[in-house]
Write a protein that binds this ligand. Structure first.
Ligand code: BTN
Length: 237
């Protein structure tokens, strides 16, 4: 990963660029990094704020060797890789399934995976050095700087996330239980009452953690439901 690094001072969205490069045959492991995104994409059509020169925004172009049904696991292990890189800085992140990374309940990283027929793009927006996030984000978001991480070279985090991601992605088809175990240890939702969206449907229940396939387990009345996709998950009081 990262043998081909495409660096941009300014770009619309690194995911968009990675999708374009993927169509034109760029190799597996290409990484697209930008100092500034003018149209950073979030999940469900949201936009992504990055903060001039302080956030880390990059996308990895992947051509997985394993079956397509397992590709969604790439986005799970991306969250895990970010959590790992944060732990190396002495902080204790949690992963809010599927792949938001939180510190103290606030989001420090968001991940957007977009898959095409023969490649996938995993985009990572990681709040590293932003000292002041915009007022409207402070309730829900944080940065490593805000959380008092020491040295804040963004390159170090980029390399840390990449290295952990490569290690984990290798295990997706062969040793997934090991990865699930790591996700369970960092699960931000376990034991909490949550509400969430499945398509346009709003649901709620008690999160029972993560199943063997990486799915979210939610107890509702007497039975446990399994979700492989859900959005806008939030804990209820
Ligand atoms: C989310 O909504 O939580 C996902 C946010 C993903 C943002 C990253 S920043 C790098 C990459 N390029 C984009 O346009 N989006 C992702």
């Amino acid at each position: 990963l990262g043998e081909r690094l495409h660096y941009f001072e300014e770009i619309g969205s690194t995911n968009e660029e990675a999708l374009r490069l993927g169509q034109s045959g760029a190799i597996d492991g290409s990484v697209i990094v930008a100092e500034r995104q003018l149209a950073g994409r979030g999940r469900r059509g949201a936009s992504w704020f990055c903060g001039e020169g302080k956030g880390l925004a990059f996308s990895m172009l992947l051509r997985p060797q394993f079956e397509r049904a397992l590709w969604p696991r790439l986005s799970l292990v991306a969250g895990l890789a970010v959590a790992k890189a944060i732990e190396a800085a002495g902080l204790f992140p949690e992963v809010k399934w599927p792949n938001d990374v939180l510190i103290g309940g606030r989001k420090v990283c968001g991940i957007l995976m977009e898959a095409e027929k023969d490649f996938a793009v995993v985009g990572i927006g990681f709040n590293v050095g932003q000292a002041d996030l915009p007022q409207e984000l402070r309730e829900v978001a944080t940065s490593l700087e805000t959380e008092g991480a020491g040295e804040l070279a963004r390159e170090t985090y980029l390399l840390g996330v990449e290295a952990a991601f490569v290690n984990y992605a290798r295990l997706i088809a062969t040793d997934f239980p090991y990865l699930v175990e790591m996700l369970r240890e960092r699960c931000a939702l376990e034991g909490k009452k949550i509400e969430f969206l499945v398509g346009q449907d709003r649901r709620e229940g008690f999160c029972q953690g993560i199943g063997d396939g990486g799915e979210l387990l939610v107890r509702n009345g007497g039975k446990v439901e399994r979700y492989f996709a859900a959005d806008q998950i939030r804990p209820l009081l």
